[in-house]
Ligand binder design. Structure first.
Ligand code: ASP
Ligand code: MG
Length: 412
């Protein structure tokens, strides 16, 4: 039997009525002849509530107990989904992570999947079971303790099952009807994309488009899992949603597929550091050790052996970055005149695999920002992405202008 993985996010299982609606969709796929593996999230809001209880009980908690508590939300929905399917006369049973068993490492609260042996679930399908309802987000460590995969981890569970069972497709049911050219709250011209390449989705996911957990996209790309994002609130059809797929499957790719933004960034500049071998390591080593996620880095031309070094990081890490730099200065590892933090910047990025073969994307981006009178503070590029830092007050305007400039209202 061909296998299909269907994942339902928190809003799609938010109450018994929605679970029934989701179960009906599962029933449709079973009727087509699929063995279905359903991955469920906790009911929306449940995981936040559980995390809150843990933090209130024990601020510096034992991560193993955090996982024991926080994984429970998914157990509830898995059991309820199995019961709902049974009521519909669809043979189904629930599986908690340890029963599969979904094996992870022992990095509690951020565990990585190591193996999903398929024997148990395959045997149950062979005995006439039609649906395996698996609790997402959880697994079991080598020591036999329950682990969780990090927030949003059910997406990763779903893709991992699709890879392990060589599923025809992995459908991610959520509360949006697909992946958009940009955030529809910023411009009504945002369009749903029919297809997007793994690499593009990876860039968009890590840039803050919150539809899929970034790790799930990495995993899908590595194992070539066909991933579809679609709404559980709209009519089902084979073309619904957005297919995240291999670049080769996209006949006519857009030069630019999307405009992403990250609102709360900071730009930090170390004024006048000695320009000598090892200086970058002496700056960025301590930053990384203090848990600062440095994104863009620019080193200026040096004058008389001194230079300015600029980097960006999330705005809530500024204090940590300042402390790391002050400590490095105090210990004599680096020496700078001043550290200037600009905490009112946002990052805007245009993403598209077509950039590999088309020149002029950067020029067009910069000129359309110039037309709006927006000053660019830092620029970085990769093969399929150009990012700029700008003043936060122009963020919406910049997204709208770039969406227009690359005619993304005609995408999809
Ligand atoms: N329930 C978990 C969370 O809210 C996992 C998930 O839904 O993906 O993070
Ligand atoms: Mg999610």
């Amino acid at each position: 039997m061909p296998t299909l993985v269907m994942k339902f996010g928190g809003t799609s299982v938010a109450n018994l009525d929605r679970i029934r609606r989701a179960a009906k969709r599962v029933g449709v796929e079973v009727a087509k002849g699929y063995d279905v593996i359903v991955i469920v999230s906790a009911m929306s809001g449940k995981t936040n509530e559980l995390v809150g209880w843990v933090n209130e009980t024990s601020p510096l908690h034992d991560a193993r107990e955090y996982d024991a508590v926080v994984s429970s939300g998914e157990n509830v929905t898995a059991g309820l989904m199995a019961l709902t399917l049974q009521e519909m006369k669809v043979p189904a049973r629930s599986w908690q992570g340890w029963q599969v068993p979904l094996m992870t490492n022992d990095a509690h609260s951020a565990a990585r999947i190591e193996e999903i042996p398929s024997e148990n679930i395959t045997a149950s399908f062979a005995e006439g079971m039609k649906v395996a309802v698996v609790a997402g987000f959880q697994g079991v460590s080598p020591k036999g303790r329950i682990t969780t995969l990090g927030r949003g981890g059910s997406d990763t569970t779903a893709v991992a099952f699709a890879a392990a069972f060589e599923a025809d497709r992995c459908d991610i049911y959520t509360d949006v009807d697909g992946v958009y050219t940009t955030d529809p709250r910023i411009t009504s011209k945002a369009r749903k994309l029919d297809k997007i390449a793994f690499e593009e989705m990876l860039e968009l996911a890590s840039l803050g488009a919150k539809v899929l957990q970034t790790r799930s996209v990495e995993l899908a790309m590595r194992h070539k899992v066909k991933l579809r994002v679609l709404s559980s609130f709209e009519e089902q059809s084979d073309e619904a949603g957005t297919l995240v797929c291999d670049e080769e499957e996209i006949m006519e790719s857009n030069v630019v597929s999307g405009v992403a933004y990250s609102r709360d960034e900071a730009k930090m500049t170390l004024i006048s550091v000695a320009d000598r071998p090892g200086i970058a390591a002496a700056i960025f080593g301590p930053l990384s050790e203090s848990g600062v996620n440095v994104d863009m880095i620019v080193q200026n031309i040096s004058e008389e052996g001194r230079t300015d070094m600029t980097f960006s990081c999330p705005v809530d890490q500024v204090t940590r970055a300042e402390k790391a730099m002050a400590d490095a200065k105090a210990s004599g590892d680096i020496n700078y005149h001043d550290l200037v933090a600009d905490t009112d910047v946002s990052k805007i990025s245009v993403v598209g695999i077509g950039m590999r073969s088309h020149a002029g994307v950067a020029a067009k981006m910069f000129s359309s920002l110039h037309d709006e009178g927006i000053n660019i503070k830092v620029i970085t590029t990769s093969e399929i992405k150009i990012s700029v830092l700008i003043d936060r007050k122009y963020m919406e305007l910049a997204v709208q202008a770039l969406h227009d400039a690359f005619e993304l209202e005609n995408a999809g």
